[in-house]
Design a protein around this ligand. Structure first.
Ligand code: ACO
Length: 349
């Protein structure tokens, strides 16, 4: 076993660590938005190209369909981010000139540089003094970005941060690998975070384990240890990720509740990363939560990585399933291996 293999094996296992806890007073979410691309791909569609079935995919994952960008229609990670962000700003009742921070969580940006955040700044006409930054923490990225934005908000003249999760995962799928290509979809979700003296605190916990074996997606010119080019698509050890996810999701959820001094029964909604319905079911069982307060949307989105938490949050708000103002716990986990959770107020808009 090479040193890297040993490191990965240990990292994917479960070293004990003290949770990192952050608390930012006076911030709340005041608007949400989301955007799914136009092309719907059903399980039966995928069964035309790999050896799979609707029965296998839906019972093992809860997924029935997902959306892919239609490049011919000009859809991309950036256009999804733009549409989600516009909807979130509109829902907040605020305008672009009140935004001082623009963070985009993604591991499928169109380019290594400029960041999607900078391109989104242009699309939305945000001011030059906006702090624009991409955050890569894979499926935990939106929750990471929310905490980073909240922490920075006290240092900006403008009162708002725009936090977006956007992915075009169909670009990094291996459509000959049935164990990965059935899982993922494209999409974007966004939230407008407001600094306000009368808002409660946002509490967050996070962590990561250096591991590039359980889940890997290539960057520009990625090479392996021998200097050979790495495949240009996402690879994953599904069982290792499943074990990791069912360990950290309940753990970081209970840690954030404990850190905030809040009982689970006082939380209006749990918004968990939609990677696999079975992962959420295990976490809900371990935490003893009411499944109705943890319901997801993976059936029609698939796993949209950093976009999944804000897409679900927005769907809950727009369908009235989340009655605002509400106290919400969000949690994500993914490649890195990373995880993060936060407790935040979602205001009426
Ligand atoms: N259709 C039919 N059969 C399949 C498919 C498919 N799409 N995929 C795998 N199989 C087969 C396997 O080949 C295997 O066959 P075998 O027993 O003959 O070898 C069998 O099904 C069982 O495979 P498992 O991997 O044990 O299936 P499992 O029940 O673990 O489900 C899954 C696989 C869905 C990938 C699960 O492990 C999982 O959800 N893992 C977590 C994945 C995840 O959350 N990833 C995203 C993290 S977020 C991020 O950062 C991007």
């Amino acid at each position: 076993m090479s040193a890297t293999e040993a490191m990965n094996t240990n990292a994917a296992a479960a070293p004990e660590s003290t949770p990192q806890v952050g608390r930012v007073p006076g911030v709340r979410i005041v608007g949400t938005g989301s955007a799914l691309p136009s092309r719907t791909v059903t399980n039966d569609d995928l069964a035309q190209i790999v050896d799979t079935s609707d029965e296998w995919i839906s019972t093992r994952t809860g997924i029935r369909s997902r959306r892919y960008c239609d490049r011919e229609q000009g859809e991309s990670e950036l256009t999804l981010a733009r549409d989600a962000a516009r909807r979130a700003l509109e829902a907040s009742g605020h305008t672009a000139d009140e935004v001082g921070i623009c963070l985009v969580a993604s591991f499928t940006p169109a380019a290594a540089t400029p960041s999607t955040a900078c391109l989104l700044q242009r699309e939305l006409g945000l001011a030059e003094d906006t702090l624009c930054l991409d955050v890569n923490a894979a499926c935990a990225g939106f929750v990471y970005a929310l905490y980073v934005a909240a922490s920075l908000l006290e240092h900006t003249p403008q009162p708002l941060a725009l936090v977006v999760g956007a992915e075009e995962l169909s670009r990094v799928m291996d459509f000959s690998d049935r164990s990965t290509c059935v899982l993922f979809g494209d999409g974007a979700g966004a939230a407008v975070l407001e600094r306000a003296a009368d808002a409660p605190a946002l509490t967050a916990t996070w962590g990561s384990r250096g591991n590039d074996e359980a889940l890997f997606a290539p960057g520009v010119g990625s090479v392996d240890e021998a200097g050979e080019p790495r495949p240009s698509y996402l690879t994953m050890d599904g069982r290792a990720v499943f074990r990791f996810a069912t360990e950290v999701l309940p753990k970081c959820t209970s840690e954030v509740l404990q850190a905030a001094g809040v009982d689970a029964s006082d939380v209006d909604r749990f918004v968990f990363h939609q990677a696999n319905k079975r992962i959420v079911d295990v976490a809900v069982r371990k935490l003893g939560l009411d499944p109705a307060r943890c319901a997801g949307n993976i059936d029609h989105t698939g796993n949209t990585s950093a976009a999944s938490v804000p897409i679900l949050l927005d769907e809950l708000v727009r369908t009235g399933a989340l009655v605002t103002p509400a106290r919400v716990v969000m949690a994500g986990f993914g490649a890195g291996l990373t995880w993060a959770s936060c407790l935040v107020e979602v205001a009426s808009s």
